[in-house]
Design a protein around this ligand. Structure first.
Ligand code: IMO
Ligand code: MG
Length: 424
């Protein structure tokens, strides 16, 4: 029986997971998404065409590869259909898409609630993507959510009426426009009809595939420090983007998991509010942002940028059982004359024992840096680690030594093939 290889974000998202998934998946039989929703954004460039995926696993681009959206994903059908249509317009075959019967559906009231809650948070905004993700997961746990399979039953109309009525009470109190349930009902019936051909029991499907010795790549969305339990709460997303979420969001079991690839950039970035110990809110951060084109794929927001934080990475490795690291944007950080690497946190002149998600403590810690020489320019043609300049080698060797896991992928440029892949 084959194993599922998983690709996870190791920091605050946007680590370039899409590129690794694309690379690993070139011979896969199926790609699987298990968590999050259209708060994620993976961009991939193939044959000079740029594809941005928010919901559909990018394996849909490979002929014959199944693209599975698991039960743990929250689906905005409007966005999903736009993605399907845009793929079809580019001549891509979408018939290999599979959508879990059990995935929860995002409705317009979730998006309005997301907006309202952010407004109410005033100065302590989370900086959500305002895609209705949090409110949809809330309804799931409140047990009033509507799942994909419900869209095809009488329950849909009843539950939608209850939900819209309840949400309208909140909207009314806050001078928000009330929503028309009948209009939403008609709109979503059309969506349901459009996606019906793709809906199936994806848990049964993944187990069948594994028994047939088929290769599945699971693409993580979001990242470890955005995890609802293990991230920097409350500045997190509303799901578990760590390994546990991959299991509950798909119906895989722990024995099914093979390699766990942790993706990071050679520097760090974050969108939204919350702690970021190695942030460079200065010229260095601005330079990294411009060199790395650090603007959101989902919300276009400029990303906060800083140095790579090995303390946080070590935490991500322990939590997820990461077996190998993928280091993107080595070319970007190499353009700086000097590079720093955070190797410890210090508080009141004492070195702390690893990472902490306690916000008060995180606010007070100071990063302890080691400094490296940069200026390793033009490495985009390098395809073997031994051909990297000395300064680049010193930097990545220190990362491996500290984290005690191998770096298997090194991104040396923006293009699909600009990558060193060493399976040692
Ligand atoms: P990918 O898959 C980066 C962040 C938001 C916000 C917090 C909560 O592209 O790496 P939400 O809308 O999820 O309730 O917002 O989480 N966030 C991400 N940041 N990349 C992502 O996904 C993100 N998905 C959510 O910015 O701080
Ligand atoms: Mg993103």
């Amino acid at each position: 029986m084959s194993k599922v290889d998983v690709v996870l974000g190791s920091f605050y998202g946007d680590e370039g997971k899409g590129k690794i998934i694309d690379y690993l998946g070139s011979h896969a039989d199926a790609f699987l998404r298990a968590t999050g929703g259209n708060n994620a954004g993976h961009s991939i460039e193939v044959d000079n065409e740029k594809y941005v995926f928010h919901l559909i696993p990018s394996g849909i681009l490979n002929k014959g590869t199944l693209a599975i959206i698991g039960n743990g994903v929250v689906i905005d059908p409007k966005v999903l259909i736009e993605e399907i249509k845009s793929l079809k317009e580019k001549g891509k075959d979408v018939s290999n898409l599979r959508i879990s019967t059990k995935a929860h559906v995002i409705f317009p009231y979730h998006i309005e609630m997301d907006k309202l809650q952010e407004e109410k948070r005033g100065n302590s905004k989370i900086g959500t993507t305002v895609r209705g993700i949090g409110p949809c997961y809330c309804d799931k746990y409140e047990r009033c959510g509507i799942r994909i399979e419900d869209l095809y039953t009488d329950k849909f109309k009843e539950q939608l009426k209850i939900n819209v009525t309840n949400k309208n009470q909140i909207f009314k109190l806050n001078n928000y426009e009330e929503l028309d349930y009948e209009k939403i009902y008609q709109e979503y019936l059309e969506y349901a009809n459009y996606i019906k051909e793709y809906v199936c029991d994806t848990t049964a499907l993944v187990h069948k595939l594994l028994k047939e010795d088929k290769k599945i790549i699971c693409e993580g969305a979001q990242a470890t420090l955005l995890d609802i339990d293990f991230g920097c709460y409350p500045y997190v997303t509303s799901s578990n983007p760590t390994i546990g979420g991959i299991i509950t969001g798909s119906g895989l079991n722990a024995h099914n998991i093979g390699e766990v690839y942790g993706v990071t950039k050679a520097y760090a970035s974050k969108v939204g509010s919350g702690p970021f110990v190695t942030e460079q809110d200065n010229e260095i951060g601005d330079t990294i942002r411009e060199l790395g084109h650090e603007y959101g794929a989902t919300t276009k927001r400029p990303r906060r940028c800083g140095y790579l934080d090995l303390v946080a990475l070590k935490y991500a490795i322990d939590l997820n059982g990461i077996t190998a690291l993928c280091l993107n944007h080595l070319d970007t950080i190499g353009k700086l004359p000097k590079i720093k690497l955070c190797v410890a946190y210090k508080k009141d002149n004492k070195i702390l024992d690893g990472f902490t998600t306690n916000l008060e403590e995180l606010k007070q810690v100071e990063p302890v840096y080691e400094e490296f020489e940069g200026n390793f320019l033009d490495i985009s043609k390098v395809r073997s680690r031994k051909d990297l300049p000395e300064n680049a080698l010193k930097y990545i060797k220190r990362i491996e030594e500290y984290l005690e896991i191998p770096i298997k992928f090194i991104g040396v440029g923006a293009l699909r093939e600009e990558m060193i892949w060493e399976d040692k």
